[in-house]
Design a protein around this ligand. Structure first.
Ligand code: ADP
Length: 407
C-alpha cells in the first residue's frame, strides 16, 4: 500500500512516498521557491542518486502536479492511482482536533476557520489538501496536526492569565507544537525502556531550530513549552522563547517598531542568533565557544539553562520523571548540549554515561545502570507517524465502507 506524506509550506512542498507493507521510503523530495524565480524540484528515489530539475513552479498546484509526474518517472512503477492515501502535515488543529482525521468537506471548512490561529502555516497546508483532492480523487486525505497531541493538557496548564473573554474571542491559550514528534519519541522511548507508556512519566526534548519540551504522563501530554504560537518556551535558534511581555510594548515605543517588525525581531533575529550575534546553528556556536567567543558561550549557556529549568518544572508538574528523551537536530547530534543539560540534573538521581553520550543520530541509552532517572536519544520521524496515521485511518475507513456495503 502506497502512502504519500505531504508537507506544504508557503513556498515549498516536501514529500515522502512510503510503501507501508514494510514502512520503507520509496521516494522523497522537495519542491522549493514556488511562485518565485529559481524554483526547482529535488527528488531522491531509493537506491538512486538525487536528481534536481530547475523548473517554473507558478503555484502549489503546478508543484504537486510536477511531483506526481516525477514520482511516476522514477522507474519504480509508481502511478498516481496506486497512492491509497495522502497524509498532510497540518500545523494547527486548534481545539477541534485532538487526533489525526480523515478530511471531508466539513473538516476542510473547519481547517479554513483555524487559519486565523496560524495565518502563515495553515493556509498552505489547506491548499495542499485541496489540490490532492482534485489530483488524487481516489485517495483518502488525512490531516495530521502538530498541535493534536497536546490537546490532553488540563486547563490550568493551557490557559493564559488574561481576561477570559480573549480565550472565547480569539482562542488565546497555549496549544503547543511538535506534537507528532513528541508522540513518536515517547512511544519509542517506552519500547526502549521495556515498560508500558501508560505507566511512565517522560520529558521529551525536541531540540532543533525550533525547540520544545513536553511532559508526557502515562502516555498523555500534560504540559509543553510552546504556546499560542511556536515562539514561547525555550531559547531557540532565532526565537526568543519566554520573555517578559512588557518588552514588546517597550520595543514598539522606543524603537518605533510596527507589530509586524516586532514579531520578526522576536521570531527571526533573537534566540541564540540574537545573543551570540553569530549564528543560529549550534555547530557554529560550539566551535566559536571552544575558541573563546564569550557571546557564543553565553547563548549556549542560556539555551542549556532554559532546558534544565523546564525539565525541573515538568518533573514537578508530573510528580517525578522516569526518563528524559532527546530528539531533533540538536538533541540527536550534540553530545555537548546533552552533557551540559544532564550535568545539571544529578539532583534527580540522573547519572550520565559519558561514553554512551558520544553517539549521534541513532537510538541510544545515555545513563549508567545505577541511574535512577534514564536519559535516551530517539531520532524523530514525523513523516513516518503521518504515514502510519494515514494508513490506520485508511484501514478504518475501508472497514466501515465494507460494513455499510454488507449492511
Ligand atoms: P528543524 O527544527 O528545522 O527541523 P532540526 O531538527 O533539523 O531543525 O535541527 C537543526 C539544528 O540542529 C541546526 O540548526 C543545528 O543547530 C543542530 N545540529 C545539527 N547537527 C548538529 C551537531 N552535530 N551538533 C550540534 N548541533 C547540531
Amino acid at each position: 500500500m502506497l502512502i504519500l506524506v505531504l508537507n506544504c509550506g508557503s513556498s515549498s512542498v516536501k514529500y515522502k512516498l512510503y510503501n507501508m507493507e514494510n514502512e520503507t521510503v520509496l521516494l522523497s523530495g522537495l519542491a522549493e521557491r514556488i511562485g518565485l524565480s529559481g524554483a526547482r524540484l529535488v527528488q531522491k528515489a531509493a537506491g538512486q542518486e538525487k536528481v534536481t530539475w530547475e523548473m517554473r513552479l507558478a503555484d502549489h498546484r503546478t508543484a504537486v502536479e510536477a511531483i506526481l509526474r516525477r514520482m511516476g518517472d522514477a522507474g519504480l512503477g509508481v502511478r498516481g492511482e496506486d497512492i491509497a492515501a495522502v497524509g498532510h502535515r497540518v500545523v494547527h488543529g486548534g481545539e477541534a482536533f485532538a487526533a489525526s482525521t480523515v478530511v471531508d468537506d466539513a473538516v476542510l471548512q473547519k481547517l479554513e476557520e483555524l487559519s486565523q490561529l496560524a495565518p502563515l502555516h495553515n493556509p498552505p497546508n489547506v491548499t495542499g489538501i485541496k489540490i490532492c483532492r482534485q489530483l488524487l480523487p481516489h485517495a483518502l486525505q488525512v490531516a495530521v496536526f502538530d498541535t493534536a497531541f497536546h490537546q490532553t493538557m488540563p486547563p490550568k496548564a493551557y490557559m493564559y492569565a488574561l481576561p477570559y473573554e480573549y480565550y472565547r474571542k480569539y482562542g488565546l491559550r497555549k496549544y503547543g507544537f511538535h506534537g507528532t514528534s513528541h508522540r513518536y519519541v515517547a512511544q519509542r522511548a517506552a519500547q526502549m525502556l521495556g515498560r508500558p507508556l501508560d505507566e511512565l512519566k517522560l520529558i521529551t526534548c525536541h531540540l532543533g531550530n525550533g525547540s520544545s519540551l513536553c511532559a508526557v504522563k502515562e502516555g498523555r501530554a500534560v504540559d509543553t513549552t510552546m504556546g499560542f504560537t511556536p515562539l514561547s518556551g525555550l531559547v531557540m535558534g532565532t526565537r526568543c522563547g519566554d520573555i517578559d511581555p512588557a518588552v514588546v510594548a517597550l520595543l514598539i515605543e522606543k524603537e518605533g517598531l510596527t507589530p509586524g517588525r516586532v514579531s520578526d525581531l522576536l521570531n527571526k533575529q533573537s534566540g541564540v542568533l540574537g545573543v551570540s550575534g553569530l549564528s543560529s546553528d549550534f555547530r557554529d556556536l560550539e566551535q566559536a565557544a571552544t575558541a573563546g567567543n564569550r557571546q557564543a558561550q553565553l547563548a549556549l549557556d542560556m539555551f542549556v539553562y532554559s532546558v534544565q529549568k523546564w525539565v525541573g518544572a515538568f518533573a514537578a508538574a508530573m510528580g517525578g520523571v522516569d526518563a528524559i528523551v532527546f530528539t531533533a537536530g540538536i538533541g540527536e547530534n550534540s553530545p555537548y548540549v546533552r552533557r551540559q543539560v544532564l550535568d545539571g540534573l544529578t539532583w534527580l538521581g540522573l547519572r550520565l554515561d559519558e561514553r554512551a553520550n558520544c553517539t549521534r543520530g541513532r537510538d541510544a541509552w545515555l545513563t549508567t545502570p545505577d541511574s535512577e532517572v534514564q536519559a535516551l536519544v530517539v531520532p524523530t520521524d514525523e513523516e513516518l507517524v503521518i504515514a502510519r496515521d494515514a494508513a490506520g485511518l485508511l484501514a478504518e475507513h475501508t472497514l466501515m465502507e465494507n460494513i455499510s456495503i454488507t449492511a
